[in-house]
Design a binder for this molecule. Structure first.
Ligand SMILES: Nc1ncnc2c1ncn2[C@@H]1O[C@H](COP(=O)(O)OS(=O)(=O)O)[C@@H](OP(=O)(O)O)[C@H]1O
Length: 355
């Protein structure tokens, strides 16, 4: 009896120990499954970005779709600003929408040379067009500006291809570098890659474009001479300085003639949103309903993407308050651009009504 009485607490402790061990094991098992799944999902979501290391890794991660590791010479800094590169922003507005697609694509797709390029113009709204069009599930775009056909051409096509995101056969690859439009060698080089390449040119009133361009440069170099000083060789005679890049870029027809030596007009699309999808042969999926007009920014922004609780606008380098330019100067520049604009409208068959 005494033995029994002594044995029963022991048995109770043994049973307690057994149950405790089992529940501990179950908890550990559940924790491992959940934790392991999370890790896999995170790795899939960032596949293709895993090579980002070093002190900028955090900010580059925010870029969302900085592709590949060979991005040393590409314009990452500009892209971060463009994409609203603060801690709350991701460059890829549609990350949530495409996330399922992306993991499949990144695993099974191939890196291909781009089928389409946004070739210009600087300060024309190229970032907005790229970010809008990449919402489309059949578009994969490089987030950075690779500057291949102007600055990095000697690196070769394999280097260029290596920068591209992986795509399935049904998807198109897109990149944007606005300086291509005014690079003399770019049309020949691009047609050398493929004369089927589709080209998108985002154009803007050349006077506003020049002021926007100047405002951007001034934000980096505060000691810059005034806009008027740079724009004219002789202000009272109204002689415009066509060697100044901010002016030269807006002489669209001059650059376009160079492109038309290598590409048919039907391969070039001068942007008005929506029609970009037709031009690229995509189903019309993106429409006005994806955007709202942000009064503070002064341009359309993406409505709440699935991946985020916040609507998304592009970053600080977009929508800067322009420097005040004398109305007379603006008139002089309008006069200067008029003949170039008219010839440009005739050539592309569209009146942009800048005059
Ligand atoms: N929806 C939307 N989102 C963001 N930005 C928009 C949009 N629509 C037009 N813009 C105007 O586009 C100008 C920037 O052009 P780019 O992206 O081509 O600039 S860059 O050449 O890549 O630096 C920039 O012009 P500025 O405001 O004059 O700087 C933007 O205001």
């Amino acid at each position: 009896m005494a033995h029994r009485l002594l044995a029963s607490p022991n048995r109770f402790s043994a049973r307690f120990a057994f149950i405790f061990t089992i529940s501990l094991s179950c908890t550990y098992l559940c924790y491992s499954i959940i934790f392991c799944r999370r890790t896999i999902m995170t790795n899939q979501a960032y596949d293709g970005r895993r090579c980002v290391t070093g002190k900028n890794a955090g900010s580059k991660k925010l870029l969302g779709k900085v592709e590949g590791c060979a991005t040393a010479a590409v314009d990452v800094k500009e892209t971060q600003r463009d994409a609203g590169g603060t801690s709350t922003a991701s460059s890829h507005w549609s990350e949530g929408k495409l996330s399922k697609n992306i993991s499949v694509t990144q695993k099974y797709g191939n890196k291909k040379l781009p089928n389409a390029l946004i070739v210009g113009v600087k300060k024309g709204g190229t970032r907005a067009v790229l970010e809008f069009i990449r919402i489309h599930p059949d578009v994969r775009a490089l987030g950075t500006e690779p500057h291949f056909f102007d600055r990095n051409y000697e690196r070769g096509l394999d280097w260029y291809r290596g920068l591209m995101p992986r795509t399935l056969d049904s998807q198109i690859t897109l990149e944007k570098t606005p300086s291509y439009f005014v690079t003399r060698e770019a049309p020949r080089r691009i047609s050398g890659m493929s004369h089927q390449t589709k080209l998108i040119v985002v154009v803007r009133n050349p006077v506003t474009r020049a002021i926007s361009d100047y405002t951007q440069t001034l934000s980096k170099k505060p000691n810059l001479p005034t806009f008027e000083e740079l724009a004219f060789k002789n202000r009272s005679l109204g002689t415009v300085d066509t060697t100044w890049n901010a002016i030269r870029i807006g002489m669209y027809i001059i650059h376009l003639e160079n492109w038309l030596q290598y590409f048919r007009p039907s391969q070039m699309h001068f942007v008005k949103m929506g029609r970009v999808q037709d031009f690229l042969g995509l189903k019309r999926i993106i429409s006005d309903k994806h955007f709202y007009f942000n009064r503070t920014k002064g341009f359309p922004c993406l409505k709440k993407p699935e991946s985020s609780s916040q609507p998304r606008c592009l970053g600080k380098s977009k929508g800067r308050t322009h420097v005040q330019i004398d109305q007379e100067v603006i008139e002089q520049l309008r006069e200067f651009y008029r003949p170039f604009n008219i010839k440009f409208y005739e050539t592309v068959g569209q009146d942009f009504k800048w005059d």
